[in-house]
Ligand binder design. Structure first.
Ligand code: TTP
Ligand code: MG
Length: 383
């Protein structure tokens, strides 16, 4: 299976949040950081970067370079809240998310071709979703591994989306300066450059013995990176408390059958994500937003945790039976919370779920390999 990793990184994160919340600051050079005399810049808006203001620069220096700048104290609580909102969005696109900081994360989207046609389409949707829901701009990199994905998002900024296809690694990497390699800071770069190794292409072609002499133990890994090889896995955040998917419809849904079909598709997505994460959930929640924006949620806690589509969907159906469907439906969501680790299903008295999990997992593998159509239930559709 071809590996596909997306790296998402918000543009000028702290500054963009402030510009979002204070529209009068849009288009202005905004500098966020410790505003005391001895503080440093946390980040600068792209307008401020034109004056040479950078992260970690003393505020005094930033004021000298950009006297007309708007200087603001950072509000970590607010940025952490926004970060959680973004994380909730990312969760809807992959069960394997590794947050790196408040504003960046890796998503492993390998094997999701049955959900989306192209890896780059997923990245595009993630960007659109973040813009729509939190009104901020993200840049994205799509590539066969973490190193290349992060490089791609970095190089595409601002408001970028860059795809590196398998096979394109050498031509992409060769001309870049060594400092672009993960883990190469100023000191290592200086050592390499002293020996005439200035580009990533030169690292890739260097004599291994020479590299080892120059930088020691990390030489082998560094050369692999320079050749675009990186097997590091995306390590998901095991702390996540719930797994949910929701969908806003372009046209409000009417009619029981249309609603049922969407709820089945959402239940299948959530079940699949849980199985991929190796987890189960005990509480099933349904969210319904009507055309009038009236929003209700209904939950039920099951006697045993589950990751099975049919158990999730049956619970969802039971919850929806009690809802009065007076008007069109704008949004539906299905979430499992009360997550447990591991998927040992069934018990002495109820051995059946184990078999059902085995079947579901086998079907997942087929879907990942051949696409959804080969094993689809025929009555749910994924977008
Ligand atoms: P970055 O993603 O490195 O920077 P950025 O989002 O501001 O700009 P861009 O990605 O478009 O280049 O860091 C994310 C946030 O972390 C940033 O908005 C502020 C904070 N931060 C600091 O507080 N100190 C620092 O030295 C850096 C680099 C970032
Ligand atoms: Mg950023």
């Amino acid at each position: 299976m071809q590996r596909w990793i997306i790296h998402i990184d918000m543009d000028a994160f702290f500054a963009s949040v402030e510009q979002r919340d204070h529209p009068e600051l849009r288009g202005c050079p905004v500098i966020v950081g410790g505003v005391s005399h001895r503080g440093v810049v946390a980040t600068a808006s792209y307008e401020a970067r034109q004056f040479g203001v950078r992260s970690a620069m003393p505020i005094v220096e930033a004021r000298r370079r950009c006297p007309q700048g708007v200087f603001l104290a950072s509000d970590h609580h607010k940025y952490a809240r926004v970060s959680r909102d973004i994380h909730d969005i990312l969760q809807q696109y992959s069960p394997l998310i590794e947050p790196l900081s408040l504003d960046e994360a890796f998503l492993d989207i390998s094997g999701m071709e049955w959900l989306y046609p192209e890896p780059v389409t997923i990245a595009c949707r993630v960007k659109e979703h973040i813009l729509r829901e939190v009104n901020l701009i993200a840049s994205a990199g799509v590539a066969p591994n973490k190193f290349l994905a992060k490089l791609a998002s970095d190089m595409s900024k601002p408001n970028g989306l860059l795809l590196i296809q398998p096979g394109e690694e050498p031509s992409f990497l060769e001309p870049l300066p060594v400092g672009r390699l993960w883990g190469v800071g100023g000191v290592t770069a200086a050592v390499l450059e002293k020996y005439g190794i200035k580009t990533i292409g030169q690292v890739a072609a260097a004599e291994p013995a020479l590299l080892e002499r120059l930088i020691g133990n990390g030489a082998y890994e560094l050369q692999r990176l320079a050749r675009g090889q990186d097997d590091r896995p995306v390590v998901p955040d095991q702390e996540s408390k719930s797994v949910g998917n929701e969908e806003t419809f372009e046209i409000d849904l009417t009619g029981r059958e249309a609603i049922r079909r969407q709820l089945l598709a959402l239940s299948e997505k959530v079940g699949w994500r849980l199985r991929r994460m190796g987890r189960m959930g005990r509480t099933v929640s349904v969210k319904i937003r009507f055309a009038s924006f009236k929003t209700i949620t209904r939950s039920r806690t099951l006697p045993d945790p589950t990751c099975l589509d049919e158990v999730i969907f049956a619970t969802v159906t039971a919850l929806c039976d009690k809802v009065t469907w007076g008007e069109g439906v704008r949004l539906l969501g299905v979430t499992l919370s009360g997550l447990t680790t591991g998927q040992a299903q069934g018990s002495l008295f109820e051995p059946e779920p184990d078999k059902r999990l085995a079947i579901a997992t086998a079907v997942d593998k087929l879907k990942e390999k051949y696409g959804e159509s080969i094993v689809g239930r025929g009555n749910s559709r994924h977008t």
